[in-house]
Design a protein around this ligand. Structure first.
Ligand code: NAD
Length: 263
């Protein structure tokens, strides 16, 4: 019950990683507001978690973000934690990528996080502080084919996180980022439906499997919790060690790994 008596907003909370965070918060005693653009998914959340406040809000629209944070404060009397999870991408190779697709991806993944941070901070500064968690991606560090807009936006989220930590630390507002690797959610369904693509991913992931949304929610909740009270401006890779596997697997060329000899 690390979040007993706490209040939290999850932006993009009706599916995948956001939904796992929402469930975790509710299980640990928080009063939660779930914001999303999908009415259908919001209705499912309302049914599953009748205590939760659910609201339609598009994180790329400032007035809607402001209203969503205001609603949480109106209903709960304050805001302790805010999770900025909404994200998606319209992929395209740089040479073909349209301005519209660039804007869609960067508006959602980068501007959306900025707007959520700004309006969450307005309820935390001068009111005892709070904790924010931004969901970036391993792609903040690693580029991908046809993913320039997404990777650039996620790299931006990492810097936004550091800037928030710098500007708000003195007021007790902590800001951290989680950088997931491959997670099985509706967003990545196309990879899981394509065995060859999935195998190519798994060959890079030393822990040997993709993450489930709960594998990401745990570290995100930790960062928002009292246990992480001295952690701010940090980026936590939650990727099954994918980030360290850039070098090809040389075992086929070197033989089986040996055991150290006793003595
Ligand atoms: N799944 C992965 O492998 C993976 C890896 C790294 C990072 N991420 C990031 O994690 C976050 C969550 O992804 P997911 O895999 O859970 O995806 P998901 O599609 O399951 O969930 C994303 C949610 O965001 C909502 N959303 C989309 N646009 C929105 C908007 N404008 N305003 C408010 N809500 C909006 C969607 O309706 C959906 O409910 C994203 O930021 C994504 O980039 C995912």
């Amino acid at each position: 019950m690390r979040f007993a008596g706490k209040t939290a907003v999850v932006a993009g909370g009706a599916s995948g990683i956001g939904l796992a965070i929402l469930r975790g918060l509710a299980r640990e005693g928080a009063r939660v507001l779930c914001a999303d653009v999908s009415d259908e998914r919001l209705a499912a959340v309302a049914q599953e978690l009748p205590e939760a406040v659910v609201t339609r809000a598009d994180v790329t629209r400032e007035a809607e973000v402001e209203a969503m944070m205001g609603l949480a404060v109106e209903r709960f009397g304050g805001l302790d934690c805010s999770f900025h999870v909404a994200g998606a991408s319209r992929p395209g190779y740089l040479v073909d990528l349209s301005e519209q697709d660039w804007d869609f991806t960067t508006d959602l993944c980068l501007k959306g996080v900025f707007l959520c941070m700004k309006h969450a901070a307005r309820h935390m500064l001068g009111r005892g502080g709070g904790a924010m968690v931004n969901i970036a991606s391993l792609n903040a560090h690693v580029p991908m084919h046809a993913g320039a807009a997404y990777a650039s936006a996620k790299a931006g989220v990492e810097m936004l996180t550091k800037n928030g930590a710098l500007e708000w630390g003195a007021e007790g507002v902590r800001v951290n980022a989680v950088l997931p690797g491959l997670v099985q959610t509706p967003l990545t369904k196309r990879h899981f439906d394509n065995q060859a693509a999935l195998d190519a991913f798994l060959a890079r992931i030393p822990l040997g499997r993709a993450a489930q949304p709960e594998d990401i929610a745990g570290p995100a909740l930790f960062l928002a919790s009292e246990e992480a009270r001295y952690v701010s401006g940090a980026s936590l890779l939650v990727d099954g060690a994918w980030a360290v596997s850039g070098y090809p697997d040389m075992r086929p060329f070197r033989g089986a790994p040996g055991w150290p000899k006793p003595g």
